[in-house]
Design a protein around this ligand. Structure first.
Ligand code: PNS
Length: 169
């Protein structure tokens, strides 16, 4: 059995297009569990994100600046290879509802097959955030709905700016 590392480094991977209060809740809880938490954005332009990787990193940095053991990064390629390059032994993911479970289980099992020494730790979403997704937030604000309380205020400002500019162009 591999010895327990003296400092546990965890990766919280995702698209974060953009970060929601659900993501932020998971980051805060993950930061209490692990010595170092790296929130890392998948660089995947084929998904046609609303915000570029750099913009998403900036938004993440703005909201985690007071958490000393949280860092923001980006990656491409295989997640487990990236995790190993960072010395991480944990992949952190959130589960909001049963509908998330199948996808998360599939990814966790594939990642374990690829790298058995890296564990996936899934935290259940806090109930206040269990209905929030980046996709729905973008849909609601694009249609003129109120998203306050669903994303950090700085992200709300950027969303309004981006969608206003897109609509006006
Ligand atoms: O927030 P998302 O979009 O559900 O995050 C998905 C993510 C980034 C965790 C997943 O797509 C990923 O890990 N991609 C990297 C490629 C990879 O390692 N694939 C094989 C393992 S499932």
């Amino acid at each position: 059995m591999a010895p327990k590392p003296s400092r546990i480094v965890a990766i919280y991977p995702g698209s974060f297009d953009p970060i929601t209060n659900g993501h932020l809740d998971l980051i805060q809880r993950g930061a209490r569990l692990f010595d170092r938490l790296i929130v890392s954005i998948l660089r995947n332009e084929s998904k046609q994100p609303l915000f570029s990787t750099e913009e998403r990193m900036e938004m993440l940095r703005e909201v985690v600046q007071d958490a000393p053991n949280v860092e923001v990064d980006s990656f491409d390629g295989l997640l487990v290879q990236y995790a190993a390059s960072k010395g991480a032994t944990v992949l952190l993911r959130g589960i909001r509802a049963v509908s998330d479970y199948e996808y998360e289980l599939q990814m966790a099992l594939m990642n374990r097959r690829l790298a058995p020494e890296i564990e996936t730790v899934s935290l259940m979403s806090s109930e206040a955030f269990s209905f929030i997704s980046s996709r729905l937030v973008k849909e609601v604000i694009a249609l003129g709905g109120n998203i306050s309380g669903l994303v950090p205020p700085s992200v709300e400002v950027r969303l309004k700016h981006r969608l206003h500019r897109t609509a006006g162009s």
